[in-house]
Design a protein around this ligand. Sequence first.
Ligand code: C5P
Length: 231
Amino acid sequence: MTWAVVPAAGRGRRFGGEVPKQYLPILGRTVLHHALERLALHPRVRGLVVVLAADDARWPGWRELHGKPVLACTGGEERADSVLAGLRALPDTVRERDWVLVHDAARPCLRHDDLDRLLDHGMAHGVGAILAAPVRDTLKRARANGEIAGSEPRDGLWRAFTPQLFRRATLTRALESALLAAAAITDEAMAIERLGLRPMLVEGAEDNLKITTPGDLALAEYVLARLGRPG
Ligand code: C5P
């Protein structure tokens, strides 16, 4: 049984609008509600820590969801600050070597079979693992004026998703070290890689999308309507 940390303290600058993207509605529930619910309904998830912005007035204050405990804490400036705050807010029953999932609040379409494979492969590997998908399009590098400067080989390139699975102490150490060095990291695996460790890539469904632009909201609604309730 694994706890999940859900960073939801971002302001969603790329999305725009007054309501942070994790609180936008899809099929009558917020993006955050879907993300938390799909985790809580998974039999191998023990509990949830949700990381909120200091001025978040929209959090409904849940203490449990589908029988799983929900703890809330306050995040920070960067994603790494928020995830670190979430790790520190985990209960003492989560030991140093225990596995912890980190999942974006902005990813409401997680499939249970993907989460199962992530847990199986990450734990068997030892360092941990992330859900990801191979790059399928041809990659172009742009000039400042919008012209194509050249093409980039896509062989061996993957897109990193969440959840990402690491041991509590290893991820805490990795994030503390990255923050101390002011290293720009955009996912947890990057912090782990800085320590010279090599987590596994576990191929997951491409519709585990992150709400980034208004168009993603309609797409996520379509995906969720098709997926139905997990379990
Ligand atoms: O901005 P981006 O889409 O990469 O954010 C991914 C996730 O990290 C979101 O769920 C967002 O709320 C969270 N985040 C956070 N604290 C920050 C920045 C982002 O919890 N300072």
